[in-house]
Design a protein around this ligand. Structure first.
Ligand SMILES: *Cc1c(COP(=O)(O)O)cnc(C)c1O
Length: 430
């Protein structure tokens, strides 16, 4: 049976199949470059594992306090070696990216300090951590203030605003690499390096944190290679490789990491406690798979951009721009577009393909959100998934796919759903 038939059995019509196949064929050269980056990062991770002496004993589990957990400690060394940092905190006790970021922020600020973002408002869930929206236990309640400066309309850094935004109370600068749900571009690592150099020129004694969510392994370098004091991320995104069942990481200077550890466990206990339970092997395996899985997700994002750009929808990044994360934004200017797209993605899932996603309120988000995710690991957005807050201009954020083939299939199913719902006419595909 040829490919066309196996897709047809899945309900993909000939017009959608041929349109998608033509675009996939046109991307081969581009994908070869992505494979080269994945190859580079694969060897980087492998080298870190060998140098850290990862052994069979590292895969065993500990319980209770988790004292002398060699698997946990060695994994943290692997992260530190890969990201070229002094230390790292990599724990399944860190529930998600927001928790990792909150731990880093609370651990590294004190009452009276100010946190500054030179790249606009941070990710939705962080706004409650900071206290931009009233929230129990926020940094604001502890006397830590926050200030931000937007990027210029051109997308460039507002250097003058940044200079004015940093004062004697500014203790920590937070830079979000990925665009998240914001209307701006994702920052490349060289851009982040440029920004860090500028900020250090204004104030030396300042902690620079990068929210690295969705950015890991997309480039050959990470923000810690260009001067960031710490990077923070989620293990159910890129560095978990779709295999880590839960977790977050903070990699950076010893001081930053220990400050965060004091917050995650307790002052005095720091990194000494925290059992790996049965998770070590999965965290190692996931990190090992990370570069390959991230590459698959980027290919899917580029494919989606070209599919929907070709049909006249606004896509960010566009079909040819370089990539610095795995997120693809597609704007429909109509809530029905977001819902239709999401339904198609859900129908492509290996788990829960039979359920229909609906918009609903979500903790940490101010608008209703629709999410499609039929994942092995609940909420894992390195797996094929999409989400969109139901607000103007009705943009859906698509990401993931543990394999390129699955990501491709998800995009095809989304287009098929659009056709069936009358959003896209078959004639447009010819
Ligand atoms: C995913 C993400 C986070 C954290 O979200 P969680 O759902 O808590 O893991 C923070 N910042 C950015 C840019 C993200 O993409």
């Amino acid at each position: 049976m040829n490919s066309e038939n196996i897709y047809r059995d899945f309900g993909i019509c000939d017009e959608v199949f041929h349109y998608c196949q033509k675009i996939a064929d046109s991307l081969k050269e581009r994908f070869a470059q992505i494979d080269e980056t994945a190859e580079y990062n694969q060897i980087k991770v492998l080298r870190a594992m060998q140098e850290a002496h990862v052994s069979e004993a590292c895969m065993l589990e500990t319980t209770g306090y988790g004292y002398n957990d060699i698997g946990r400690d060695t994994l943290e060394e692997v992260y530190a070696r890969t990201f070229h940092t002094e230390d790292a905190l990599v724990r399944s006790q860190i529930v998600c990216g927001t928790h990792a970021l909150a731990t880093a922020l609370f651990g590294n600020t004190r009452p009276g300090d100010e946190i500054f973002s030179p790249v606009g408002l941070p990710y939705d869930t962080l706004q409650e951590v900071i206290g931009l929206r009233d929230s129990r236990g926020s940094l604001k309640e502890y006397g830590v203030s926050f200030h931000y400066v937007d990027l210029l309309p051109t997308g460039a850094f507002d250097y003058e605003g940044i200079r004015q935004g940093i004062n004697e109370r500014t203790r920590l600068v937070t830079i979000q690499r990925s665009r998240g749900y914001a209307d701006r571009h994702t920052l490349s690592v060289p851009e982040i390096g440029e920004l860090i150099r500028f900020i250090r020129g204004i104030k030396k004694d300042i902690i620079i944190m990068v929210d690295n969510c969705y950015g890991e392994f997309i480039e050959r370098t990470e923000p810690t290679d260009v001067g960031a004091d710490m990077i923070v991320g989620s293990l159910i995104k890129n560095p978990g490789g779709g295999i880590a069942p839960v977790g977050g990481y903070i990699a950076g200077t010893r001081e930053c990491v220990e400050n965060a550890a004091a917050r995650l466990t307790a002052p005095g206990l720091l990194k000494e406690v925290g059992p790996s339970l049965g998770n070590s092997r999965l965290l190692y395996q996931g990190f090992f798979m990370g570069p390959h899985v991230a590459a698959s997700a980027v290919k899917g994002a580029i494919f989606a951009a070209n599919i929907y750009e070709g049909l006249g929808f606004d896509v960010t990044p566009n079909g040819t721009e370089p990539r610095d994360d795995i997120i693809q934004a597609i704007t429909f200017h109509d809530p029905r577009g977001v819902i239709s797209f999401s339904k198609g993605i859900q129908k492509a899932a290996p788990v829960d393909a039979f359920v229909t996603p609906e918009p609903a309120p979500m903790p940490g988000y101010s608008d209703q959100v629709i999410m499609a995710a039929g994942c092995f690991i609940s909420g894992s957005s390195i797996e094929l998934s999409c989400d969109g807050p139901l607000r103007e201009p009705y943009t859906v954020y698509f990401q993931g796919g543990l394999t390129w083939y699955h990501s491709k299939f998800g995009v095809m199913m989304s287009l098929q759903q659009m056709v069936e719902d009358g959003f896209v006419k078959k004639e447009q595909l010819l």
